[in-house]
Design a binder for this molecule. Structure first.
Ligand code: MN
Ligand code: MN
Length: 477
């Protein structure tokens, strides 16, 4: 039996905040409450005699570990012949240092491949490397009858979520394919997680830009305006309505898309949505036409929007109409990866690093400024992602019996973000120089301290595949 006590902190969960101790036994939460010794739950002398470890959490907030359900580690971009800059070791180390204790990454079905083959290949890449618990969504790109028949098998196997791209070259799934996937997931307890942009409009706008010599990285923004996102979001919601299927919208970036989600929820439809820190703390001023190729550091899809959209996303998070913040960590080196698109913005690999900075950016932009309550911070970074993707109640809470995935954060400790001090292998940070709060002093995974005051103590490969159950409309936040 191994025991650990997180003593004297302020416990913050999705629905509670107050002084408390957290007792961990054999990797699970054994007790939570104010002064467990004074209340007769814990004999502290016997605990210490038996070698139990105590973390002094005075002045700290004790919260469920962050859950990041949108990461792209060791993710191949076949079109450009490159792979994201983090594998499952460096990426999960970076996550742990930023307070993340579970990731849900992706497996990618290639054309002609079965979903089961894609699963097995991916498990082989993750298992030796991950230092925190993991699962993945299956990206469906080749919708065939035999592929639809594999969806219930994967749900049964604890992989109940399926990513669909409504744009992106050879990965696109057209409306008919999306509807087919929605019908199967609705019938078997699965969830479609969809990237929404109107492919015709994006393709047309890109061609128009290139024909007229608008090839620099700043033109990425005008090739994917907010309306293409709002239209596809509305269409995905409509198709989910036809199939009577629950739906999760990936990376909502605009007021229009957020409004479509809120209206669907008001109609009682089972629609949930995520946004990402880059859309909450950056805006489209990063696409400075005079900014040279440095602008490529901010090329991701959808792109960042104006401050008006950014403020609408904070409002949607506070109102609960957008329920979670994921990183969409897709790190590409500025040198020799982003530069693939030096003469043509469409060849810049799309994505930003962010697994390590997600919690601090949301904490600072949300809690420190008063836009979110501390409980809402836990909801959007841990509890809601766990509920949406079938990880609840083992993950995302501090309830007795849950995995002891815990972060201990000094809410007043300020850090200046510097790429050199982060743990991703990528060579820059989009948030360079920002001052943030919310980095953990300690990160615990299943009761083990894996980050101890900045030092990573997790051995490579210690992460386990997280158990996930079917996803029902009723369970969604
Ligand atoms: Mn996407
Ligand atoms: Mn993504």
């Amino acid at each position: 039996m191994s025991e650990l006590l997180i003593a004297g902190g302020t416990v913050v969960t999705g629905d509670h905040m107050g002084p408390g101790d957290v007792l961990v036994r054999d990797g699970r939460i054994a007790a939570v409450g104010p002064d467990l010794q004074a209340n007769g739950v814990l004999d502290r002398d016997a605990f210490e005699h038996q070698g139990g470890r105590i973390l002094d959490a005075s002045g700290h907030w004790v919260m469920p570990g962050g859950i990041d359900t949108h990461t792209h580690l060791a993710h191949p971009i076949d079109r450009l012949g490159i792979t994201t800059a983090d594998d499952f070791f460096s990426g999960t180390v970076a996550g742990a240092c930023g307070g993340v204790t579970t990731i849900v990454d992706f497996s990618l079905q290639r054309r002609g491949e079965s979903l089961i083959e894609a699963r097995d290949r991916r498990l082989g890449e993750i298992e030796p490397d991950a230092v925190i618990d993991y699962s993945f969504h299956t990206i469906v790109t080749d919708v065939r009858g035999d592929v639809l028949a594999e969806i219930p098998v994967l749900i049964e196997d604890g992989l109940p979520s399926f990513k669909v791209y409504m744009t992106y070259g050879d990965k696109i799934v057209h409306d008919g394919g999306l509807l087919g996937i929605l019908e199967v997931t609705a019938a078997h307890g699965g969830l479609v997680y969809v990237h929404c942009e109107n492919d015709c409009a994006v393709t047309h706008l890109i061609e128009k830009h290139l024909e007229t010599g608008r090839t620099g990285p700043a033109f990425h923004k005008s090739s994917r305006p907010p309306v293409v996102e709002a239209e596809a979001t509305h269409r995905a919601i409509m198709l989910a309505g036809v199939a009577k299927a629950p739906l999760c919208i990936a990376h909502v970036t605009s007021a229009g898309a957020a409004r479509h989600v809120a209206e669907a929820r008001e109609r009682g439809e089972a629609v949930v949505a995520e946004t990402c820190p880059q859309y909450l703390v950056l805006d489209d001023s990063v696409y400075d036409p005079d900014g040279g190729f440095e602008v490529a550091k901010f090329v991701c899809s959808p792109p960042m929007r104006s401050a008006l959209h950014r403020d609408a996303l904070w409002d949607a998070l506070a109102a609960g109409s957008v329920q979670q913040v994921s990183s969409d960590h897709a790190p590409f080196h500025f040198r020799n990866q982003k530069t693939t698109g030096r003469d043509n913005f469409t060849r810049i690999p799309n994505g930003l690093p962010g697994i390590e900075t997600r919690l601090p950016l949301v904490f600072t932009g949300g809690v420190t400024t008063g836009r979110l309550t501390p409980q809402q911070f836990v909801q959007v970074t841990a509890t809601n992602p766990a509920r949406i993707f079938g990880l609840h109640p083992r993950k995302g809470t501090l309830d007795v019996g849950a995995d002891a995935d815990v972060i201990v954060v000094d809410p007043d400790a300020e850090v200046e973000i510097d790429a050199a001090g982060l743990h991703s292998r990528v060579d820059y940070s989009p948030y360079q120089g920002m001052k943030v709060r919310g980095f953990p002093t300690w990160t615990l995974s299943r009761g083990e301290v894996i980050v101890d005051r900045g030092e990573v103590t997790a051995p490579r490969g210690r992460g386990r595949r997280a158990e996930r159950g079917p996803i029902t409309s009723e369970a969604l936040p």
